[in-house]
Ligand binder design. Structure first.
Ligand code: MG
Length: 381
């Protein structure tokens, strides 16, 4: 079995999400956006697919790096192919990113699952068939009735619990919100959510990612009083020493890294340095399922939980194959957007959630995205 083609379809669909000047997602008016679908095909006409941002699978990257490593190879040699792409990263002059590695790796896993007729989480080795979700909010904003005030967070938290979520994670206000960031306002929002949901619902905070050590320590001390479940990325993750210092000075679990470069190598350094109490991986952060499994198992070997960052079927698959992690991150959520709406390019959401807050793994062969190929093919750019 050999890989004979790697293709990318770019298509348009309607979105209600817009990005601010710092890259954070907020609700906006419906507008057309571009999306890509990477497809890997073999000599027996097997295929694997993965949806991607267009820039991550642009033609230069596919022709110069991905095809060079994958064409003519056995798609079941995932470790060899992943190592081949990872090795190319240094010579690529930073052009070949972990984001591209992730899309290729996910498509290879999807191909394997489809070829063998099993869901990928069963192929890896399932631990569970459904995962409890936490509702992960968008960042704070200045939209009236949106996420502009602590009371907005209070009201939205009540709605999230009614919807079925058994835990909530706040992203609070960051630039370019005119007065942000402000640790005191973060605490007000966190206190408002705690008051809304009572003492038994786990709540987490993903604060502004650029606080100083003293700001981060003070904010963490306030979260301890509110009995928050974890404290995420209050400082730049490049400074492992700062996180080791923070974790040593707080009782609340510090979680990370999420955005730091370096895949499983960086997670090992954080654990060794005592810089986190819970570690983190996400398929798009470290280059796919293949390296994420190393991180999950590394954490388990140290008796540590590894919570999965981000939504989508790749991350949901990771949640289903681990004992040492609790939640699926569902979102980002906002009062003005119905996350349960099915995007035009899918037949069904891959992370549909029941009334008890559980997301169930798809039993279809492959990674779990039910792609509407007719829609994709009729909206090509
Ligand atoms: Mg985060």
């Amino acid at each position: 079995m050999k890989i004979t083609d790697i293709s990318v379809r770019v298509f348009t669909h309607s979105s209600r999400e817009v990005k601010d000047s710092d890259g954070h997602t907020h609700p906006g008016d419906p507008h057309p956006v571009r999306q890509a679908l990477l497809t890997i095909t073999t000599d027996d006409a097997s295929q694997g697919h993965c949806l991607a941002p267009t820039e991550v699978v642009r033609p230069f990257l596919i022709d110069r790096f991905v095809k060079v490593v994958l064409m003519g190879q056995d798609p079941f040699d995932r470790e060899k192919l992943w190592q081949g792409l990872a090795h190319w990263q240094r010579g690529s002059g930073a052009m070949l990113t972990d984001r591209t590695l992730a899309i290729v790796d996910l498509a290879l896993w999807d191909l394997a699952g489809r070829k063998l007729g099993v869901p990928v989480y069963k192929l890896i080795g399932a631990y569970r068939d459904k995962v409890p979700a936490y509702g992960s909010t968008m960042c704070g904003d200045e939209l009236p009735g949106g996420l502009a005030t602590p009371e907005d967070y209070h009201n939205y938290a009540k709605w999230l619990i009614e919807r079925g979520y058994k835990a909530i994670k706040l992203h609070t206000w960051m630039k370019p919100v005119s007065w942000a960031p402000d640790p005191k306002m973060d605490v007000k929002a966190c206190a408002a959510v705690r008051a809304a949901v009572g003492p038994d619902i786990p709540i987490m905070l993903d604060a502004y990612h650029g606080y100083s050590r003293s700001e981060a320590l003070w904010l963490g001390q306030q979260l301890q009083k509110l009995e928050f479940a974890w404290y995420e990325e209050p400082m730049n993750e490049a400074s492992i020493s700062s996180y080791a210092w923070l974790a040593a000075n707080l009782d609340i679990p510090v979680i990370g890294p999420e955005t730091a470069d370096g895949k499983h190598h960086t997670r090992a350094e954080w654990i060794k340095a005592g810089a986190c109490d819970i570690t983190r991986t996400g398929v798009h952060d470290v280059g796919g399922i293949t390296p994420s499994l190393k991180i999950i198992h590394l954490a388990e070997s140290f008796g540590m939980d590894c919570e999965i960052h981000g939504n989508g079927v790749g991350n949901l698959t990771l949640c289903a194959v681990q004992k040492n992690g609790r939640w699926y991150e569902r979102g980002l959520l906002h009062p003005f957007i119905n996350y349960d709406d099915v995007p035009e390019y899918l037949n069904a959401r891959g992370d549909a959630m029941d009334a008890d807050g559980f997301v169930h793994l798809s039993q279809a062969p492959g990674l779990g995205d039910d792609i509407n190929f007719d829609y994709v093919n009729s909206h090509l750019v």
